[in-house]
Design a protein around this ligand. Structure first.
Ligand code: IPE
Ligand code: IPE
Ligand code: MG
Length: 249
């Protein structure tokens, strides 16, 4: 499928989430160190953001760094954080000019102050934007996010702000980092790994999953259109039968 065939369709995913994986292997294949791979990966990030805005995707969530990634070697963590700051320095102007809103989900308290403040700056600058919403999952773990939600709900119940009988799926969702953001219709993971690695476990309950062997630094517009085209071919049944769906059309 080409851009012109995708653009303007009324059944496009509103929200796409991506597990950007394979930077290390991409670098290794070229005899380079892992950090080189992360640097190249930043280029793919830019391309996917641009393509998403062109197609008219409302929300794009990118898994940039997991809680488990804190266990990587210090020099790799430093390089990833440095790249995050560099991307913010380079791209904030573009985000503002294109009316894009940036949010960060995850345990940001673990980030160093400079990284946290740099991100906060862009989040505040773009807070009023009404165009595409870009959500970066950083120091993120879905189980952590859910445990935090459980804690916050308990706190509100014990203070009398919420009633035990009010706790349902909708309320629980509103306590997650993704509060107010619709669940993704499509989740893409690159590099051939067939797992979720602690990403949006609650939010992907009914998401269509797409896995590709392409390593993240090689992931470009054509791969992205291919993933979206694959999504558009699927029948999303939500527990119903195929016949029920065609009767309701
Ligand atoms: C994804 O690439 C980027 C992050 C997890 C930060 P990896 O660094 O996981 O690359 P591989 O999986 O080792 O190839
Ligand atoms: C998942 O990739 C996290 C990000 C893409 C940021 P990993 O490379 O860390 O995942 P595992 O360890 O292979 O499951
Ligand atoms: Mg990986």
């Amino acid at each position: 499928m080409t851009l012109s065939e995708i653009k303007g369709r009324d059944d496009l995913p509103r929200h796409i989430a991506i597990i950007m994986d394979g930077n290390g292997r991409w670098a290794k294949q070229r005899g380079e160190n892992r950090i080189y791979g992360h640097r190249q990966g930043a280029g793919a990030v830019r391309e996917v953001i641009e393509a998403s805005a062109e197609i008219g995707i409302g929300y794009l969530t990118l898994y940039a760094f997991s809680t488990e990634n804190w266990n990587r070697p210090d020099d790799e963590i430093d390089a990833l954080m440095g790249l995050m700051v560099k991307s913010m320095n380079d791209e904030t102007k573009t985000l503002v000019e294109n009316n894009m809103k940036l949010s960060v989900i995850g345990d940001v308290g673990r980030l160093t102050e400079d990284v946290r403040l740099r991100l906060q700056d862009t989040v505040e600058l773009t807070a009023g934007a009404t165009g595409m919403h870009l959500i970066v999952a950083l120091s993120y773990s879905s189980r952590w996010e859910m445990a935090e939600a459980a804690k916050a709900i308990s706190r509100d119940v014990s203070r009398g702000l919420t009633d035990l009988s009010d706790i349902d799926e909708k309320l629980f969702s509103s306590y997650l980092g993704t509060s107010g953001i619709p669940d993704p219709e499509l989740l893409i993971r690159t590099s051939g790994e067939l797992r979720l690695s602690n990403f949006l476990l609650w939010q992907v309950a009914y998401t269509e999953l797409y896995f590709t062997e392409t390593l993240w630094p090689d992931f470009g517009r054509d791969d992205y259109y291919m993933a979206i085209a694959d999504y558009l071919k699927r029948e999303r049944r939500f527990g119903l039968t195929s016949e029920q769906l065609s009767d309701n059309k």
